[in-house]
Design a protein around this ligand. Structure first.
Ligand code: PEP
Ligand code: MN
Length: 331
């Protein structure tokens, strides 16, 4: 794979012509304000030169646009005035699933007071069993949007189906791709086309490299606003619901320019573990946290055992703030 970074305002029609004649596959895109051409396979493009090219980088890795090989400076994903990937650690909090307007309102006010800057909540829920609560769907998005606007918090929620993309484009501030859809390539392409900020979970059985390749699908459509979210992987270990791969998260940080989020709730599976996993992720350099909070967790319609009460979330936020300060970061 050759990545051409093109000179500003240069005409590259001649380069396109040369690529067309070379029988290489290529894609022209604008990412982070740069005009780029990706061209492959290498043997067809190796000897192409053109004066519109600023640099040509031969990338050997299977992820290119998400790699920090060409973009050294960290990417900051902006959602309104919330910036993910800066010195400030961004916290998204809210219920696993939207259950009612009242429920979301109670949680939103509490998490905002405690210092969260994004409101999360699932409307379309990926459930292992078809007999479990599936989420409120469109009505759930409407509730999130209404409460988000009321309290002044951008909303993040999961998309499961490309057929819902109109709703997500119009009502959602950050689109989550869940662990179970982390390699749903048509969905990845679709959110790439929507151009909205994306929170991309790591698949339960995906390597770090596969996770970055999933992000690659979104970037390939010209959408560079991707935050990678470590949420635990499936291992032989049963004392936690999933194994939060702190090592993989740190490794990813060295491989990509994209910001990294950690979700301590799903790997914990039990609320008693959530504080420690959240703090471990902050210590390991997470740029963002995604935490489940419910007004009455034991009555929750999904993930009842891992959701924090608003009171416990506030205690956690204070602990995160102290740790962030010690690390020279803000919350
Ligand atoms: C969620 O965030 O509610 C969720 C379903 O997460 P995951 O896709 O990581 O299981
Ligand atoms: Mn959940």
């Amino acid at each position: 794979m050759i990545l051409y970074i093109l000179k500003d305002k240069k005409d590259y029609s001649l380069l396109k012509e040369k690529l067309n004649q070379s029988s290489a596959s290529f894609k022209l895109l604008n990412l982070y304000g740069k005009n780029l051409i990706l061209a492959w396979p290498d043997q067809y493009v190796k000897n192409i030169s053109d004066e519109s090219i600023e640099v040509a980088i031969e990338v050997k890795k299977p992820y290119v646009l998400s790699s920090n090989e060409w973009k050294k400076e960290p990417t900051i994903v902006n959602i309104g005035d919330v910036n993910i990937g800066s010195n400030k650690i961004v916290v998204a909090a809210g219920p696993c699933a939207v259950e009612s307007e009242e429920q979301v309102e109670i949680v939103a006010k509490a998490v905002k007071r405690a210092g969260a800057s994004l409101l999360r909540g699932g409307a379309y829920k990926p459930r292992t069993s078809p007999y479990s609560f599936q989420g409120l769907g469109e009505e759930g998005i409407r509730i999130l949007r209404k409460v988000g606007d009321e309290v002044g918090m951008p909303i993040v929620t999961e998309i499961m189906d490309t057929r819902d993309s109109f709703i997500f484009k119009n009502y959602v501030d950050m689109i989550q791709i869940g662990a179970r859809n982390a390699q749903n390539f048509s969905l990845l392409r679709e959110v790439g086309k929507l151009g909205k900020p994306v929170l991309l979970k790591r698949g339960l059985g995906n390597t770090v490299e596969e996770w970055l390749q999933a992000a690659e699908y979104i970037l390939f459509e010209g959408n560079g606003n991707v935050v990678l979210c470590e949420r635990g992987i499936r291992t032989f270990e049963r004392s936690t619901r999933f194994t939060l791969d702190i090592g993989g998260m740190v490794a990813a940080k060295l491989m990509t320019h994209l910001p990294i989020c950690a979700d301590p709730s799903h790997p914990a599976g039990k609320r008693e573990l959530v504080h420690s996993l959240a703090l471990a992720a902050v210590a390991a350099g997470a740029d963002m946290l995604l935490i489940e909070v419910h007004p009455t967790p034991e009555k929750a319609l999904s993930d009842a055992e891992q959701q924090l009460t608003p009171e416990s979330f506030e205690v956690l936020m204070n602990r995160i703030k102290s740790l962030a300060r010690a690390l020279g970061r803000d919350v």
